[in-house]
Structures are given as structure tokens and as C-alpha cells.
Design a protein around this ligand. Structure first.
Ligand code: NDP
Length: 237
């Protein structure tokens, strides 16, 4: 039976690019997200991609997906994003909750549910999509930076706790990536505001740039753990 990779947030951006790349590497890919129409379109293009309706903020939804799997060799915890860029003083509590529930607790739900299958694989790989926002802080990014810091910390703890188990833990921390979510969620649909951020930054990363890094690190031999890759556009400080 072919190895199976589960990619969360595969309906656009980095997740979609990663699903395509892992399928090209020979994996059976389970592509999870809420926008089922997008996933169906993707699966109709790439036969080894199976669409799966998934909301990582719902334990029920996570459990339903996991119980449908015969095996899982790779889990890419990619679903997430920045929802709101207000100052800490003016940030909306519901935005902060959503950022935590998706980036941190969503990854936690998927990870807890799939650790047994990753161990069973004999060469399980867990990829956590964090961000350079998890390495620093910037004005207006309070909630997102805090969530990505938390996600990174959880990843490091997990690495310690799984030492001795056949599971590799890989953190991928991209800088600015020009994905759909970047303009739509982070800037509340304000494309002009998103464009202003790109001013002076020639060539933000593309989702494919990040998918390349994920595919490369996942396909190293079983004894080689790429702990963390930080990938920025050349011009990003
Ligand atoms: P996109 O908005 O293009 O993709 C986000 C994906 O997450 C979508 O497929 C969306 O699908 C999915 N998603 C969101 N909420 C949920 C949920 N509750 N359950 C399941 N899926 C969900 O953004 P990116 O590709 O840019 O982001 C992907 C990851 O990369 C995120 O974790 C982000 O924080 C991280 N990142 C992004 C950077 C950037 O500059 N763009 C930089 C560094 C890290 P749907 O709405 O269909 O559910």
C-alpha cells in the first residue's frame, strides 16, 4: 500500500501546493479543508489526492477524518493563518481566539489524533507550518505572533517527548508568502493594504517555494531529521 500523507488546509496556498508536490512524490494524499468545492477540483486534477472535509477547530471533524484513514505516514499541519492585524490594545478577542483555535489547537487536535498512526508507520513525519512570526514580533501582529510562538513551542516539546519513536518532527517557518489567505484574511480582504506590505520586498515567496522545502525535508532518509527550515524572500529582513 502506498504511503499516505495528510495535508490540512489544502484548499489553497501552501497546503494546496504541498498536496500537489507530495502527490508528485508518490504519496496518496488526503487533502483536508472546509471548502470542499476547492478540494474536489484539486482531486479531479490529481488522481492520487483524496478530498476530505475538515475543520481543525472541531474535534468531531478531526476524529471523522482520522477514523477514515487506513494509515498515515506524513501529517502536514498547515491549516492556519492570521486573522486580523490590530494592535494588542485594540485586537478583537474573537480574532485571537480563532488564531489560537486554528493554528495552535487545530495542530494539537490533528497531532494527538494521528501520533499512533505516525508511530505505526515506522517512519512517520510530522510537519508543522509555523512562521517567521513565531521567531519575532511585529506591530499589529500580536495575536498571530503569539499563536505561532505557541505552535513552535508545542513542536519543540513534542520533539523531546517523541525521542526514541520512529517519528520525525519538522518545523517549516516561512517568511512572506504570496498566498490567497495573505490578502484575504490577514488584511480582511483589503488587497491594497496587502500590496503595500509587499512594497520594497521584491518577490515574496510563492506557495510552491514552501512546498519544495516541505517535500525535500519529508523525503530525506528515515534517520535524518530536518529540525527546522526558515525560508524568507531574499529581501525580507
Ligand atoms: P491560505 O489562506 O491560502 O491557506 C490557509 C488554508 O487553511 C486554507 O486551505 C484554509 O482552507 C485552511 N483553513 C483555515 N482554517 C481552517 C480550519 N478551521 N480547518 C481546516 N482548514 C482551515 O494561507 P497560506 O497558504 O498562506 O497559509 C498556510 C499556513 O502557512 C498557515 O498556517 C499560515 O499561518 C502559514 N504561513 C503563511 C505565511 C504567509 O505569508 N502567507 C507565512 C508563514 C506561515 P478552508 O478555508 O477551505 O478551510
Amino acid at each position: 500500500m502506498r504511503k499516505t500523507a495528510v495535508v490540512t488546509g489544502a484548499s489553497s496556498g501552501i497546503g494546496e501546493a504541498t498536496a500537489r508536490r507530495l502527490a508528485a512524490e508518490g504519496y496518496e494524499v488526503v487533502a483536508g479543508a472546509r471548502r470542499r468545492d476547492r478540494l474536489d477540483e484539486l482531486a479531479s486534477e490529481v488522481p492520487s489526492i483524496r478530498p476530505a472535509t475538515l475543520d481543525v477547530t472541531s474535534q468531531e471533524s478531526v476524529d471523522a477524518l482520522v477514523s477514515s484513514l487506513e494509515r498515515c505516514d506524513v501529517l502536514v499541519n498547515n491549516a492556519g493563518g492570521a486573522f486580523g492585524l490590530e494592535s494588542v490594545a485594540e485586537g478583537r478577542l474573537d480574532d485571537w481566539q480563532r488564531m489560537y483555535d486554528t493554528n495552535v489547537l487545530g495542530s494539537l487536535r490533528m497531532t494527538q489524533a494521528l501520533i499512533p498512526k505516525l508511530v505505526e508507520s515506522g517512519d512517520g513525519v510530522l510537519v508543522m507550518l509555523t512562521s517567521t512570526a513565531g521567531l519575532t514580533s511585529y506591530e499589529g501582529g500580536g495575536g498571530y505572533c503569539a499563536a505561532k510562538h505557541a505552535q513552535r513551542s508545542m513542536t519543540e516539546t513534542l520533539r523531546l517527548e517523541l525521542v526514541g519513536q520512529p517519528v520525525r518532527i519538522i518545523e517549516i517557518a516561512p517568511g512572506m508568502v504570496q498566498s490567497e489567505g495573505f490578502a484575504l484574511t490577514r488584511f480582511r480582504g483589503d488587497a491594497a493594504a496587502a500590496a503595500r506590505v509587499y512594497e520594497g520586498v521584491p518577490g515574496p515567496l510563492s506557495p510552491d517555494d514552501v512546498a519544495d522545502a516541505i517535500a525535500w525535508s519529508v523525503t530525506r532518509p528515515a534517520h535524518v531529521n530536518i529540525d527546522r527550515m526558515v525560508i524568507r524572500p531574499r529581501a525580507q529582513a
